[in-house]
Design a protein around this ligand. Structure first.
Ligand code: ACO
Length: 321
């Protein structure tokens, strides 16, 4: 479990900052400032919650996948997301917080999860576009988190990113198939692109000027690039992919700047982002209600686990005959 002392222990603080500056990895038993621990708990638990809530919009399509192959891929993908949530909850527990506390924070609305999972999946094309855009954005964000200063988080990201690559590829394959299909299929996938593009750009978080946590996280090398830098990287990668499958990104201001060698994009609707992260997106209530129902249905498992743990404790405490 993480070891911290209250602020003001300047020798420990300086030694910690020196380790960060030297590019060392911080491990659970190492001393760390309380604020570093809190920032990690906040960010990692939100990430874990996102993986778990993120199963809902896609899980919604498992029974309606158009072929057996698509169904198997989607099942595997949704199952992977559960695994990602579990790795990250475990990694967060190394910071001295119990998973049940984290889940309480999610269910009470205290903890956030990614804004993107508060949008509905209206057609099969949405499943393709989620794989392409949402998992594509997650890869851009998480390959750099694999170099984060906190060891358990960074290591969890290595495996997660490998699986995310499969997720992105299966999504892009669905998109490419629909885009090259009948006019109705092309229209359906273009509509999904139109609906998911802007929410995907919001996944990277507020612009750097309005990101209260970034300075600290960058200084401590939890984040290695800013929100805007990663968003730009995603846009630069995705424009060419959209062109390859003859789909249009819904941004009339999208233009290539030959000097900067970046694709410039239009203004993001930050009012919409604020609404979604305040609990007022199209599906926020539905998502939390689904998580609460799953939690309630699992009460018997938690009770059985607690009873087993208690039995183990009593057995090991009993004097040998
Ligand atoms: N959705 C919901 N909340 C968000 C989002 C978002 N897309 N972006 C930012 N926020 C919240 C932050 O959590 C923060 O709120 P808080 O202080 O109450 O916790 C607030 O908006 C201000 O944002 P920042 O100061 O920029 O926050 P931060 O520095 O933590 O950056 C980011 C946000 C980029 C999401 C970062 O936390 C991160 O990289 N997290 C890990 C990756 C992750 O969680 N991905 C989720 C999707 S993973 C998937 O596809 C399954």
């Amino acid at each position: 479990m993480a070891s911290t002392t209250s602020a003001g222990d300047s020798a420990s603080d300086s030694a910690f900052e020196a380790r960060i500056a030297a590019g060392e990895t911080i491990e659970p038993k190492d001393w760390m400032p309380e604020r570093y621990r809190q920032q990690l708990v906040r960010m990692m638990s939100q990430h874990a919650h996102s993986e778990i809530v993120g199963m809902l919009p896609e899980g919604n399509w498992i029974t309606r996948a158009p072929t057996l192959r698509r169904k198997m891929c989607l099942l595997a993908k949704v199952q992977d997301e559960a695994g990602h949530g579990l790795y990250i909850y475990c990694a967060t527990e190394t910071l001295g917080i119990d998973r049940s506390q984290l889940i309480d924070q999610l269910l009470s609305g205290k903890a956030k999860y990614s804004s993107i999972f508060n949008y509905p999946t209206l057609t099969w094309a949405d499943i393709g576009v989620i794989g392409w855009f949402v998992d594509g954005a997650a890869i851009v964000n998480q390959t750099v988190l694999a170099k984060a200063s906190y060891g358990p988080y960074a290591r969890a990201m290595v495996r997660i990113c490998k699986e995310e690559n499969f997720h992105k590829r299966q999504g892009f394959e669905i998109v490419a198939t629909l885009a090259a299909g009948t006019p109705a299929q092309h229209t359906m996938v273009q509509d999904a692109v139109n609906r998911w593009w802007w929410p995907t750009l919001m996944m990277f978080g507020p612009s750097d000027a309005n990101s209260p946590n970034s300075a600290e996280l960058l200084r401590w090398r939890v984040k290695r690039f800013s929100n805007d830098e990663l968003r730009q990287r995603f846009v630069d990668l995705t424009v060419a992919q959209a062109q390859a499958v003859k789909l249009t990104l819904p941004d009339p201001k999208l233009r290539y700047n030959a000097e900067t060698k970046h694709w410039e994009h239009g203004e993001i609707d930050w009012a919409e982002f604020k609404q979604v992260i305040s609990g007022n997106g199209p599906c926020n209530r539905e998502r939390l209600a689904a998580r609460q129902a799953a939690h309630d249905k699992g009460a018997w498992v938690r009770a059985a686990a607690a009873a087993y743990a208690e039995k183990q404790r009593r057995t090991s405490a009993a004097p040998a005959a």
